[in-house]
Write a protein that binds this ligand. Structure first.
Ligand code: DUC
Ligand code: ZN
Ligand code: ZN
Ligand code: ZN
Length: 488
């Protein structure tokens, strides 16, 4: 029988290799991969194109109310449209609990927002700000059953921060229940202390954000998070790694056999703290936490992505407009402490890495696919449905044109932020045709689907939880004595 969609003559790359073949799709699923397949109802010639698994962005903030009470500039429509135009076909964003919130209500609310608006597939991580007994014993198992198999916790921000005791409690329960813990690792008191002294001396400009969020605060907290996770005998994933020393701490822990995973983002490859040092408030456009560092740290992040220390490359898209609704609540009088933290990147994440990584010879195309899709699928329980061009997988497929050169400008982007930190860069290679479950989402630079046509993906168990060594040194020392249980 006829295929719904045939993509022919492409050069297909997965994380484990590259080959030439046609792809046959029926009911949204890849059913055959071979040369010279029969015609499809939609028949696409991919000659000259690189055919890659759709990108998975496992860290983005969409329609989220921040700890400071600010609403993101992107809702699930603009956020997912922007993602799709940049070659991403699945996002994982956050269902964010604030301390007074009831977790099931939070999850239901975010689910409804996305259901009505998303144009690509999506799932959620839970942000856990109040890990009380009910949250840990009832709500966490419940959200895991609903397919939310990861949660993010914070070591800084007054409204989100957990102390070390709470982190150990969250980790041990997450380990038992089968959820992956994602850690925002920055030392709260170091940042608070530097910031206080800066403000006292009148150092209020945006660039002082990067001074306050020193690399030592990141490095210390990462070290501590790893030690806590080892004590609780659970995997941990350090998000948004920025500094060289942090990369080295993680590499070293992995060498010792610790179940430590890590993520980095475009802002740590392509921006530097010195970018924040601009006249007036302009620097606020580059402020995120942790902040971009320097050329040496950029090199360390490249090396970490290359050698597997940093397994996932996400956007950490945190969209705030350059006005009173986001970056500048008090206009020109806004201090670095009052700006919204975050940079946009959901649309340019892949084009930046494709151009600067693959086209400039820093990464192979297979490494690109691993870092942008396959590893996310495994890390977060989306595999084997997502993350590879394979028989039985969803037909999430992107046709890249390596010949196309694009100059980045705000007007070409589909987010609702109004600026891009990457303005004026010339990128080589562009995702021209995007399929999600066999539906053409983007073609001819035009959105081809309706709002709300994306699907919620209930995720399975993350690989880090199924692939734990049966006996760790920590287990031998005390796990049994203190009643740590593994879920299998
Ligand atoms: N942490 C994030 O993960 N994103 C934006 C800001 C932050 O602190
Ligand atoms: Zn709330
Ligand atoms: Zn964070
Ligand atoms: Zn984030």
């Amino acid at each position: 029988t006829r295929f719904d969609l045939t993509i022919r003559n492409g050069r297909i790359s997965n994380a484990d290799g590259t080959f030439h073949a046609d792809i046959g799709v029926r009911n949204g699923v890849i059913v055959e991969i071979a040369p010279n397949l029969a015609a499809g109802t939609q028949d696409v010639d991919a000659a000259g194109r690189w055919v890659l698994p759709g990108g998975i962005d496992s860290h983005c903030h969409i329609e989220q109310l921040s700890g400071m009470g600010l609403m993101c500039a992107d809702d699930f429509f603009s956020g997912t449209v922007s993602a799709a135009f940049g070659g991403t076909t699945t996002i994982l964003s956050f269902a964010a609990q604030h301390r007074a919130d009831n977790i099931p209500e939070v999850v239901a609310a975010y689910g409804k927002l996305a259901r009505e608006k998303a144009v690509i597939d999506y799932g959620f991580h839970l942000i856990l700000a109040n890990p009380d007994e009910t949250a840990l014993r009832e709500h966490l198992p419940q959200v895991i059953r609903d397919g939310i198999t990861s949660l993010k916790v914070y070591m800084t921000y007054d409204k989100l921060k957990l102390d070390d005791y709470q982190l150990l409690e969250v980790m041990s329960v997450a380990g038992e229940e089968g959820a992956l813990v994602m850690m925002h690792a920055e030392n709260h008191d170091m940042i608070r202390w530097i910031a206080h002294r800066l403000l006292e001396r009148g150092h209020v400009a945006p660039k002082f954000h990067a001074v306050a969020h020193d690399t030592l605060a990141e490095c210390e907290a990462t070290n501590r998070a790893i030690a806590l996770a080892r004590l609780a005998d659970v995997p941990v994933l350090i998000v948004h790694v920025a500094g060289r020393e942090t990369v080295e701490v993680i590499r070293n822990a992995r060498r010792l056999g610790a179940a430590v995973y890590a993520e980095s983002c475009p802002q740590y490859l392509f921006l530097e703290a010195s970018d924040i040092d601009l006249p007036g408030m302009e620097g606020a456009k580059f402020c995120c936490s942790p902040p971009p560092r320097d050329a040496d740290s950029q090199e360390a992040v490249w090396a970490g992505l290359k050698d597997g220390t940093l397994g996932v490359y996400s956007s950490d898209h945190a969209p705030y407009r350059f006005d009173a609704s986001g970056k500048l609540p008090k206009g020109d009088a806004t201090t670095f402490k009052e700006m919204a933290n975050g940079v946009p990147g959901i649309e340019l994440r892949l084009p930046l890495l494709f151009s600067e990584g693959v086209m400039n010879g820093r990464l192979s195309i297979e490494e690109f696919v691993a870092l942008t899709s396959t590893n996310h699928a495994r890390m977060y329980g989306l595999a084997p449905r997502k993350g590879a061009i394979a028989v039985g997988a969803d037909a999430d497929v992107v046709l890249w044109n390596p010949e196309r050169s694009v100059t980045v400008g705000t007007a070409m982007l589909h987010d609702n932020v109004g600026y891009t930190p990457y303005e004026g860069r010339v990128l080589q290679g562009w995702p021209e045709m995007v399929f999600s479950r066999g539906r053409c989402v983007v073609a001819d630079n035009t959105l081809q689907v309706e709002r709300g046509s994306g699907q919620y993906i209930a995720r399975g168990r993350p690989d880090p939880l199924t692939q734990r060594p049966t006996a760790s040194p920590e287990q031998g020392r005390f796990s049994e004595l203190v009643g740590l249980k593994r879920d299998h």
